[in-house]
Structure formats: C-alpha cells, structure tokens
Design a protein around this ligand. Sequence first.
Ligand code: ADP
Length: 167
Amino acid sequence: MMNYRHAIYPGSFDPVHVGHVDIIERISKIFDRVTVLIAVSPDKNSLFSIDERKQILTESLLHLKNVDVDFNTGLTVDYMKNKNIRILVRGLRAVMDFEYEISMANMNRKISADIETFLVFASPEFSFLSSRGVKEVALNGGKVTGLLPPAAEKAVEIKTKKIQSKV
Ligand code: ADP
C-alpha cells in the first residue's frame, strides 16, 4: 500500500545546515512521517562520510519525533518504491534551483510515474545558504556560526582542523 502521509527529503547533506533543518521542521508538521535521505552520489566530492553525515543529521533532528534519517546509494525513486513512499520533497531557494529541480522531477516522473515532487520554498533568511558555501567559508578560516546546527558546527570545526593540520 502506498503511503501518502510519509514523505522523503533527499539530498547530500554534506553537512546539514539550518536551511535544511528549517524545511524539515516545516514538513514534519505536515506529514505524519519524514525520512531524510542521504542520497549518495559517487560523482560528488564530499567532506563528510555517509556515516558522519548520518550521525550529524540524527543529532540535529532529535527534537523531531516523526523524522528519521537513512541513506541510499542507488536511485531515490527505487528507495521510495521499496518503502512505498510516494512524495519527494525538495527545497527551492531561488530561480537558479528551479531548472535543476524541474528536470529532476520530470526525470523521476518518467522513470517512476507514481512519484510526486513537492517543492517547498526556503525561508527568506536562509535562501543564501548552501552546504557548499558553508564549506568554502569554513575551509578558508571564516566563521560559520549560526549557519549550522550545533552538531554540524562541531563536526565542521573538527574536520577543518584535521584538514588544515595536513597541509
Ligand atoms: P543536493 O546536493 O541534492 O542539492 P543538498 O544537501 O544541497 O542536496 O540539498 C538538499 C535539499 O535541500 C535540496 O532540495 C535543496 O534545494 C534544499 N536546500 C538547500 N539549501 C537550502 C536552503 N538554504 N533552504 C532551503 N532548502 C535548501
């Protein structure tokens, strides 16, 4: 049986930032259950391992009782089929996200007709925020205070120190 009350929120979450947490908090009030899915793409250079990302996400979302965290190495639509999940949520920051999201939504629809993509607008105060931007600032010695949930901020600090001690 397809579950219409269970949504999936896939992404790289390398690491999760407060813009992601905002979207997750908002959709957790709408759906009965939300699975945050670390979608592993081999072509992306990640700062954190899957385990690290999962741990950071889990710690950052402890306050949301109907939210769980998982990861998947294949297609997100296959994961969804296996778990009978029909709704895929993505966040939209600005027009620049739109083209990517529409092509991905249509591709997913093509390969799995049952799936619907729901786009949720980023809250304006977070619309500038990206994991890539946060990493760039942190790795170059800038302050990322307030941009990350505490667990992610701590992990970024440790990782940055480790990287900087190697160079
Ligand atoms: P991906 O690499 O798949 O884009 P991300 O981890 O960067 O994964 O993002 C996961 C989801 O969160 C995407 O839908 C993305 O558009 C959305 N997102 C990213 N940054 C923000 C933000 N600042 N506010 C709201 N949503 C965001």
